[in-house]
Design a protein around this ligand. Structure first.
Ligand code: SF4
Length: 384
């Protein structure tokens, strides 16, 4: 199949790797035949009664028609979650090491034109943060930067990851999309998995929301997980920032993207995240377009469609919602979160990306998980 780059607002920038995959064409083509608004009650019931849910069944579960079947979806999701993950809930914390960014995402506090306090931790400060977090008992960390190849070059990311792997058994990165050889370097430095949010899977809307910077190239971002797997990463995580466009269509494409890569790379550990648009610096009072009920529907649909995939719920959500969803569909949650730069070991050196709604520390989160009859797990992976 010819690779269609017409989804991109501009040609690849110098140095961007084109791996020649047709995953994007395949996902967009599948999604174009499935309209989440066209399904009936019967379609939803059929999906819920099938042993495995196909693409059309997944779309039905994301449809408005499925809203009245939320209890049945929750039962099915709970069963699937128990079968594949038992009672365990994995815990991690994100560590923001730099908030410099060269992109202009209109919905983000780190947008290069937004006037915020910018900071980047030096390696000594990164290590101080890592120690402070490891002392709490956490064993998994997700290292994040804004997307600036100048301020956070590959060497800096590799050195930070290498430090992280001294203190943590599971290290993830959520930084700018890289080429496969760069992912290999970061993997060899100690990273286990890569998270990249596509934000929206609608190329036209994507072009409006990303007016400049490397992120403007839709297909380069879309192929990031595949390049990460080619570079030897063990796991990859996907997410659509729900609320940027029609959330049902974005969730559909995101799930199809994850499942297509699982089909092509059966060994990969796949997980899905559930970010939704939240207030951010200088935009604190903006409307939230996707409510908790809608978010829950997406989470349940993801769980039923990809029962074996991990699912992460972030501190963008309030404690009650997070405590509820971990028993049904989510398998991983962040704890003891600070989104400012350098906050774990001392005073914040730079502003955070968004407003968090669950400020509980690790001990409090562990207590809530146990109260729900679930098992908090600090690490589900043994390095060899
Ligand atoms: S969403 Fe990411 S790439 Fe976009 S402005 Fe924020 S930090 Fe930069």
């Amino acid at each position: 199949m010819a690779i269609d780059k017409s989804v991109d607002a501009e040609p690849y920038h110098e140095g961007m790797e084109d791996i020649g995959t047709d995953t994007l064409d395949c996902v967009l083509e599948k999604a174009s035949k499935l309209d989440p608004y066209s399904f009936s009650d019967r379609d939803v019931r059929r999906a819920l009664s099938s042993e495995t849910v196909d693409d059309a069944g997944f779309a039905a579960l994301l449809s408005p028609a499925a809203e009245k079947y939320m209890e049945k979806m929750a039962e099915r999701a709970r069963d699937e979650r128990l079968r594949h993950f038992g009672n365990s809930v994995c815990l991690f914390t994100p560590l923001y090491i730099s908030n410099y960014c060269t992109n202009g995402c209109v919905y983000c506090g780190f947008n290069s034109k937004n006037h915020i306090n910018r900071a980047k931790l030096d390696l000594g400060q990164v290590e101080a943060e890592l120690k402070a977090i490891a002392d709490t008992g956490l064993e998994e960390i997700l290292m994040l930067t804004g997307e600036s190849r100048t301020h956070s070059d590959i060497d800096y990311i590799c050195e930070s990851v290498s430090l992280a792997s001294k203190y943590f058994t599971n290290v993830g990165i959520e930084v700018y999309p890289m080429n496969s050889d760069e992912y290999r370097r970061v993997q060899e430095a100690g990273a286990d998995y890569v998270t990249v949010f596509q934000e929206t899977y609608n190329p036209e809307r994507y072009a409006e929301l990303h007016p400049y910077g490397n992120k403007r190239i839709f297909s380069y971002r879309f192929d990031a997980q595949e390049r990460a797997l080619m570079g030897g990463m063990r796991g990859v995580a996907f997410g659509a920032l729900l609320g940027l466009d029609d959330f049902r269509k974005d969730a559909l494409r995101c799930g199809l993207h994850a499942s297509e890569l699982q089909r092509r790379y059966p060994h990969a550990e796949i997980s899905l995240s559930l970010p939704r648009l939240r207030p951010f610096k200088h935009h604190e009072d903006e409307q939230i377009p996707v409510g908790e009920r809608e978010l829950l529907q997406v989470s349940l649909a993801y769980r039923i469609f990809m029962p074996y995939a991990g699912q992460t719920i972030s501190t963008r959500e309030r404690p009650r919602f997070r405590d509820g969803i971990i028993g049904l569909s989510a398998t991983k949650m962040s704890a003891g979160v600070s989104v400012g730069i350098g906050e774990h070991s001392g005073k914040s050196k730079g502003d955070g990306q968004f407003v968090i709604s669950d400020p509980r520390n690790l001990e409090e989160i562990v207590g809530s998980i146990r109260n729900a009859g679930l098992q908090p797990v600090m690490n589900d992976y043994v390095r060899t």
